[in-house]
Ligand binder design. Structure first.
Ligand SMILES: Nc1ncnc2c1ncn2[C@@H]1O[C@H](COP(=O)(O)OP(=O)(O)OP(=O)(O)O)[C@@H](O)[C@H]1O
Length: 941
């Protein structure tokens, strides 16, 4: 140190922009006791024990908060001269300016501590060294500028101007705070500089204080700005300029105003001085803790102007001056405390390189070219990546298109095969039926039909073909509960219309429909269980004297019985006319081909055929449908199950099995019989039937015998089809159905429904989930009974063969919901004139929940109930807990809730899954059947 050589200067441009963090260089200078202090015998309490440590000589009182020793970068005792202070405590920092680094040298201390004394000399030494450096570096051209200002009473004054009016501070986006109109003299030489410094000293505000006759009452800032450029490159594109400034800051005294006994203007100065110094102290303290948070540079003009030199882009040295006298102990401690804080402050000085316009343009052009290169490389890399990705995607798309084509071909093939199969089945059956019944029954059956014969189709698709062109649903008057109907598929209808014999049409339709169902199932063997059983019951009603030829299972046949029938009118013992016998025998044959679990319903000995013959002979018959076993299940098994549940009976699995797929009539009878017990209109016939609960073929015989007997007596000879029955009592349920868009909804339920959504094996699980969720929401929307929901939910679990049932359930529910929502606020009108509405179904739901509550008492142990209350969020200390639990079931549509609800309801009703038979029971029971008034039909009002 001590001199500046060319080597000390960073190579031009190399240090450009490189910030170097370093701490402020802090030194303390203790002046000698002055004359006054000596005169007052004010002892010196401070001793510089070495060049970095100063100690308080006297012992401190106990528990004193003040340290006895302070360490700084440099400590100068009273014997140190200013040259030494400069060399050790300021020179290195100050001369950074010639390297393009900003620098500032502060003098801080109380009045009369020697700030001006020290700073004046340091400024002078620095100037000398700078000019010395310039002399030794002729290869560079230097431009020196000098400016000076003072901040007096928070006003900035230009010390190089005679105009003492305060200057404004401006915020420049590039240069920071700038003093407006501040004179900046370009120095001609060193002497010029000395003159200016002298001028400043003369201009500076001084006054007398109790401690200093020539006290500097302002903060003085002398600024020397140095620009330097290598002469070699000057005027060339590559020329650069170093630009930096060094500040010499002689602060005003840091003492308290009270310590300065002076005139009133001194007190005012003190306030302003202290304000600036207070802010300076705060800034230094905050900077000493890091640059986090707000630094209040703008709180004073001093800190605002010096902001770049305080913890910023500058090297900084602070020389703290102090008096050793005991009388100034407090101020000395304050000074040392400030110095300690300043010691922690770090700055980030960097070489400030000014680039010429030409050089700047060149530099920017180079930078632009570099960036463009980078961009091109990135783009090409990205393009390559994208084109690869696109190729992959194209390949995938092509592969998927091929797969789609394959699947579509498979679908078309399957569809074509199915249609062929259907056509073949229907044709075969039609021709067979024709042959078997071609003797005489055809013409007779036709005449019967033309007279108003009502036919139920086999698949529980009830329709009436009194007029084939306008088939209507048969809906006996006394019915007040309904299930849904499904329209016959259009293909089947057209076949039906093409066949002249209604009886055959009915049978063909029946069998054809079953074939459709069979065709949609992978295992067609299972569907051979679907029994066609023709039973003929002659029914006479006292009101209408109508004759119905019923092809029916036990359920419907019983339901079709009028009061008079049930009262034991003798059945005809023989039938003279056997027009329908071949057809019925055929049906019976089919029935006998059923699997073992199906009770053969029509043994020869007790076949209803004689009765049928009799009825047919009368010419006043009602042809009831030959219903397959599956048709009966919906009306029988579940309903009987529910009835049993209500009556506290268990429904053992084996019983259910017996009653479900293979014993349609018996289960129906049993159900009806039990219902009849509760019916106001309980009949004698029913009572007879209740005497036998065991499911035996004999029962069936008995039942049929009874029925036949009834039929014989009810045959009272009316040759006309009751108009009322045909047009009023059977008020075109189909018309109602069609009017509500049901035909459109359901007519294609069969084949299309099976083919479309489930045609792709990969889509089946997804499609099933979607369909099931749709159904769940429709149940919710239509207030479908919980038992129905439960059974359906538990039965259909995604087997591919379930598709038709799911589709049918979905469509009929959609129809119902639409009917409810489209101007059917009062509900939909069933053909018997009863209104079925959301309100009525809601009432039913309420009753159903009450029923389930009663089951909870019977089926669940107290522990089970407590567990369930906890699970379902029913407070244990609340009242009517079972009812609360019941009311929580099936109230949401999320799958988890539905599963839980179904599980609990199934337990309560003793539900046991019955496999395919159970499904069929759901799938094809679409007819708006009247069941019993106490049935659980979910359309019940
Ligand atoms: N180190 C020193 N050696 C000898 N004399 C000194 C020293 N320091 C200061 N003095 C003398 O002390 C007196 C006060 O010094 P100076 O004016 O520099 O104090 P100051 O801190 O600037 O006071 P103020 O804040 O009131 O301006 C001067 O007469 C000066 O000559």
């Amino acid at each position: 140190m001590g001199s500046i050589s060319g080597e000390e200067i960073a190579p031009w441009g190399k240090a450009e922009g490189v910030a170097k963090e370093e701490r402020i260089l802090v030194s303390v200078r203790v002046r000698p006791l002055n004359a006054k202090e000596i005169e007052k015998n004010d002892p010196s309490d401070w001793e510089c024990v070495n060049d970095t440590t100063i100690m308080f000589k006297n012992s401190l009182p106990e528990r004193s908060a003040f340290p006895t020793a302070y360490t700084f970068d440099k400590v100068f005792g009273h014997q140190s001269n200013t040259r030494h202070v400069y060399d050790e405590g300021a020179k290195e920092v100050a001369l950074s300016v010639v390297n393009g680094i900003n620098a500032s040298i502060f003098a801080y201390g109380q009045t009369s501590s020697g700030k001006t004394y020290t700073m004046t000399s340091i400024t002078e030494y620095t100037m000398e060294d700078i000019y010395d450096y310039i002399k030794r570096h002729e290869e560079r051209e230097f431009v020196l500028k000098f400016s000076a200002m003072e901040i007096y009473n928070e006003a900035v004054r230009d010390l190089l101007s005679t105009d003492s009016s305060p200057l404004r501070l401006l915020d420049d986006p590039e240069r920071g705070t700038v003093v407006e109109k501040l004179t900046e003299e370009t120095l001609r030489d060193q002497r010029h500089l000395k003159e200016l410094v002298f001028t400043c000293a003369a201009q500076r505000q001084v006054g007398e204080t109790s401690l200093n006759e020539m006290s500097s009452r302002s903060h003085q800032i002398l600024r020397l700005t140095i620009e330097s450029s290598a002469r070699e490159f000057m005027g060339k594109d590559s020329s650069t300029t170093l630009l930096a400034a060094v500040n010499f800051i002689d602060l005003a005294g840091s003492e308290r105003a009270s310590q300065v006994s002076s005139a009133s203007n001194r007190l005012k100065e003190g306030c302003h001085i202290n304000r600036s110094l207070l802010t300076l102290g705060t800034v230094i303290r905050k900077l000493s803790k890091g640059r986090t948070g707000h630094i209040p540079y703008r709180d004073s003009k001093l800190t605002r102007i010096l902001q770049p030199f305080l913890g910023g882009n500058a090297r900084t040295a602070i020389i703290c001056t102090m008096s050793p006298a005991r009388s100034h102990i407090e101020q000395s401690r304050n000074t040392l405390s400030f110095a300690s804080c300043a010691k922690q402050v770090a700055t980030n000085a960097q070489v400030n390189v000014v680039v010429s316009d030409k050089a700047l343009v060149k530099h920017l052009q180079r930078e632009l070219a570099r960036l463009e290169n980078e961009l091109r490389y990135t783009e090409s890399a990205t393009c390559t990546h994208h084109s690869d990705a696109l190729r992959d995607k194209d390949a995938k798309i092509k592969k998927m298109e091929r797969e789609i084509m394959d699947l579509m071909q498979q679908r078309d093939l399957a569809q074509s095969r199915l249609e062929d199969l259907l056509r073949a089945v229907v044709d075969e059956r039609a021709s067979r039926q024709w042959e078997e019944s071609s003797h005489s029954s055809v013409s007779h059956a036709r005449s019967e039909c033309e007279d108003g014969v009502s036919i139920y189709d086999t698949s529980n698709i009830a329709y009436q073909i009194a007029d084939l062109d306008s088939s209507r649903f048969d809906m006996p008057e006394e019915r007040n509960n309904y299930e849904y109907n499904i329209e016959i598929p259009s293909k089947m209808k057209s076949h039906l219309r093409s066949i002249s014999s209604p009886t055959l049409s009915e049978q063909i339709l029946q069998q054809g429909w079953e074939e459709i169902v069979e065709a949609t199932h992978e295992d067609s063997e299972d569907h051979c269980k679907e029994v066609q059983c023709i039973e003929i019951h002659a029914i006479s009603t006292s009101r209408s004297d109508e004759f119905n030829l019923l092809i029916s299972d036990g359920s419907d046949s019983l339901l079709a019985l009028t009061d008079e029938d049930r009262l034991g009118d003798p059945a005809p013992q023989s039938l003279g006319d056997t027009h329908l016998k071949p057809a019925m025998e055929q049906s019976i044959d089919i029935a006998t081909r059923t699997t073992d679990n199906i009770v053969k319903p029509c043994p020869d000995s007790s076949s209803p055929l004689p009765s049928v013959s009799k009825v047919m002979n009368s010419g006043e018959l009602v042809l009831a449908r030959s219903r397959s076993c599956k048709a009966s299940l919906m009306n029988t098994s579940i309903l009987s199950l529910l009835e049993n549940v209500e009556q506290g009976k268990e429904t053992p699995q084996e019983t259910f099995l017996k009653e479900s797929p293979g014993r349609p009539r018996l289960s129906a009878l049993r159900y009806d019989v039990e219902n009849e017990k509760h019916s106001v209109e309980g009949s004698q016939a029913s009572e007879k039937l209740t005497s036998n609960d065991t499911i035996q073929t004999e029962d069936i015989k008995t039942v049929h015998g009874e029925a036949d007997a009834n039929l014989s007596t009810s045959f009272s000879g009316t040759n006309e089809m009751d108009e009322c029955h045909c047009h009023k009592q059977l008020p075109s349920y189909q018309t109602w159905w069609e009017a509500h868009g049901a035909e459109k909804n359901v007519k294609d339920v069969g084949v299309e429904a099976v083919l479309s959504p489930y045609e792709s094996p990969s889509r089946r699980p997804l499609e099933f989930e979607r369909k099931r969720q749709e159904i769940i929401e429709l149940w919710h929307a239509c207030n479908v009974p919980l038992v129905h929901r439960t059974c359906f939910f538990l039965v259909f679990k995604g087997d591919p063969a379930d598709s038709i049932y799911m589709e049918v359930e979905c469509r009929r529910l959609s129809f119902l919901r639409n009917a409810f929502s489209h101007g059917k606020a009062g509900g939909v009108v069933a053909e018997d004139g009863h209104r079925v509405s959301l309100a009525s179904s809601s009432r039913y739901l309420r009753r159903e929940r009450e029923m389930l509550c009663r089951q909870m008492q019977k089926k669940l142990s107290p522990d089970d109930r407590v567990r369930l209350y906890a699970k379902w969020g029913v407070a244990l200390n609340s009242k009517q807990r079972k009812l609360q639990l019941g009311q929580r079931l099936w109230t949401k549509t999320d799958l988890e809730h539905v599963k839980e609800s179904a599980s609990l309801v199934a337990k309560l009703i003793g539900f046991v899954e019955q496999g395919r038979a159970m499904k069929e029971m759901f799938g094809l029971s679409f007819t708006p059947q009247q069941t019993h008034k106490r049935s659980f039909s979910w359309m019940q009002g």
